[in-house]
Design a protein around this ligand. Structure first.
Ligand SMILES: [Mg+2]
Length: 247
């Protein structure tokens, strides 16, 4: 049975976005936000004095656009940029000129197959093959060969996506950074995520005696599981209603 946090001032909530709060769509721009989601997150964040953060591979401006009018704390680009609800965006200075080489290799692949999609996120670059699963292996080989010759970069493999990012930042470190300062500091963290990049976050949160929840199937170090995005939303609504009755 999945525990339900009941005291809003005791908990900090870290939520992945794609595959956790929204169903993954054919292309990154095509995700559909549940109509209740922005208000639900805003109510939770308010009850927790802002100790709720989205932790995503997307940029913060995209998360803001999807969740408007809610303005939440966000770690974007796997923690390369962060923002608390009331503040401006801070970017970690990790621009890597070598990223351009990966982008060119990816662009070459996309030019030969319109089912592939290149997503340039400035500090990272991603190649999506969700619509061309038969290309997974040769895309991986091509991208891997460019990245392995460039030690400042690392390859991230998500669900139907290959992403090149600067070494040294991940969702776990993003959560650690949030946990060092108000309003997160001293609280017990919860992390909910569905993909391999969330595992860094699960490890950090397990070490802090927090609550870790994997969405969907697959190996994980998370200690609990929810089956679907719908189940995540139901659990968050229960939490909001419990917080509301506490406040
Ligand atoms: Mg995800």
């Amino acid at each position: 049975m999945l525990p339900l946090p009941t005291a809003p001032s005791s908990w900090a909530l870290f939520l992945d976005f794609d595959g956790t709060l929204t169903e993954i769509a054919a292309t990154p721009d095509a995700v559909k936000i549940h109509q209740d989601l922005p208000a639900l997150l805003q109510q939770l964040s308010a009850a927790m004095d802002g100790a709720l953060a989205i932790v995503s591979g997307r940029g913060i401006s995209q998360i803001d656009a999807f969740l408007a009018p809610a303005r939440l704390a966000v770690a974007g680009l796997h923690g390369l940029e962060t923002r608390k609800a009331e503040e401006g965006i801070k970017q970690i200075d990790r621009h890597r000129p070598e990223l351009e080489d990966v982008k060119q290799a990816m662009a070459g692949l996309v030019a030969g197959d319109s089912r592939l999609l290149l997503e340039d996120k400035q500090l990272t670059v991603a190649l999506h093959f969700r619509n061309a699963p038969d290309r997974a292996e040769d895309c991986r080989k091509t991208v891997q060969s460019v990245i392995s010759a460039r030690p400042a970069l690392e390859l991230l493999e998500g669900k139907m996506v290959l992403e090149a990012r600067p070494c040294g930042m991940n969702k776990g470190k993003a959560i650690q950074a949030f946990m060092q300062a108000s309003p997160f500091r001293g609280r017990r963290p919860v992390m909910v995520g569905d993909d391999v990049t969330d595992e860094d976050g699960f490890k950090v949160v397990n070490d802090l005696q927090g609550l870790t929840i994997k969405v969907g199937p697959g190996p994980t170090s998370a200690r609990h599981r929810l089956a679907t995005v719908g189940d995540v939303l139901i659990w968050l609504k229960q939490m909001r209603d419990t917080f509301g009755s506490v406040a």
